[in-house]
Design a protein around this ligand. Structure first.
Ligand code: ATR
Length: 288
């Protein structure tokens, strides 16, 4: 069939967020559906404050197969689902909903998407390695949980607001040795770490000249990863590369969180290369 034409059999998907206009998820998923010849479509929905409950009821009422949930709805949405996957519950946030004949189950693919991207793009295996996370917000929760479940030997979490780092460390401590700390405490553990992950918004467009920590001690053998994907190479990564460290940008996490969601909805292996190409093309268009 012509995949540009929807018909009465088209299986619907979407993303709920506020704001949502800049999302690259529709471009990424529609390209993937077309690549596999699936009669399915994915659209973006601007769901404002107070509208989330009705929007989720709409998934059931209209028979959507799947929905992604993004900022600011990832936590509240948990109240409106029929079941929540164990990992998503531990993380405390849902970014993917699967509709099985009216039963809605929430998953979180951010953390596992991050780990898969780290393995496939940076060749980094987490098991037995020591990691330092910068930041303890929503994004950090999924990443910290996934790294701990993957068998990290230690997860150090540094945050401007130290109490949030301590709380997150406590939450993942059943899965890996974890310690919350201040940015000032990094000096005490920096000799041990194999991987540094920036989960803060420091260095994100338009503040591209900012960097979350001093990089003068970075060295080869270290892998430095940044969840930020705009710009694709942050100042943190640029400085890390100059010190001989391996670097890993944030675009892969976005692609692979989408790949896992696609696999939950369709039961098919996600065409990751075309999904990445679609997102890169969309970025090219929006920056021109
Ligand atoms: P997200 O969902 O993207 O993780 P978030 O939950 O608001 O967003 O978390 C943002 C993270 O960036 C937090 O760790 C925040 O630190 P605080 O918990 O102390 O607020 C961190 N962050 C944001 N701006 C920062 C800055 N200028 N310096 C240091 N950390 C910053």
């Amino acid at each position: 069939m012509n995949m540009w034409e929807m018909d009465t059999a088209t299986v619907m998907h979407g993303v709920f967020g506020d704001p949502i206009k800049h999302s690259k998820s529709p471009v990424m998923h529609n390209r993937a559906f077309r690549e596999l010849g699936l009669n399915a479509a994915y659209a973006a929905f601007h769901v404002g404050p107070g509208r989330l409950k009705d929007a989720v009821a709409g998934i059931r009422a209209l028979g959507f197969r799947g929905v992604n949930v993004t900022i600011p709805h990832k936590v509240e949405v948990m109240d409106y689902l029929d079941a929540i996957d164990e990992d998503a519950r531990a993380i405390g946030a849902v970014n993917t909903i699967v509709n099985d004949d009216g039963k809605l189950t929430g998953f979180n693919t951010d953390g596992i998407g991050y780990v898969r991207s780290l393995r496939e793009e940076a060749g980094f295996e987490v098991a037995g390695r020591k990691v330092l996370l910068l930041g303890a917000g929503g994004a950090a929760r999924g990443v910290a949980y996934a790294l701990a479940k993957e068998g990290a030997a230690a997860v150090y979490i540094a945050n401007r607001t130290v109490s949030k780092a301590v709380d997150l460390a406590a939450a993942i401590s059943p899965y890996a040795p974890a310690h919350g700390m201040s940015f000032g405490d990094i000096a005490d553990i920096r000799g041990e770490v194999d991987l540094i992950v920036n989960n803060t918004s420091v260095g994100m467009h338009p503040n591209v000249n900012e960097t979350p920590i001093d990089t003068s001690w970075f060295h080869d053998g270290l892998t430095v990863s940044d969840l930020i994907y705009n710009p694709p190479v942050t100042r943190l990564l640029r400085e890390a590369e100059a010190k001989g460290a391996a670097i890993h940008g944030g675009l892969g996490m976005f692609i692979y969180q989408g790949a896992y969601a696609f696999e939950y909805w369709t039961g098919r292996e996600a065409p990751v290369a075309v999904m990445r190409a679609a997102v890169l093309e969309a970025f090219g268009e929006s920056s021109s």
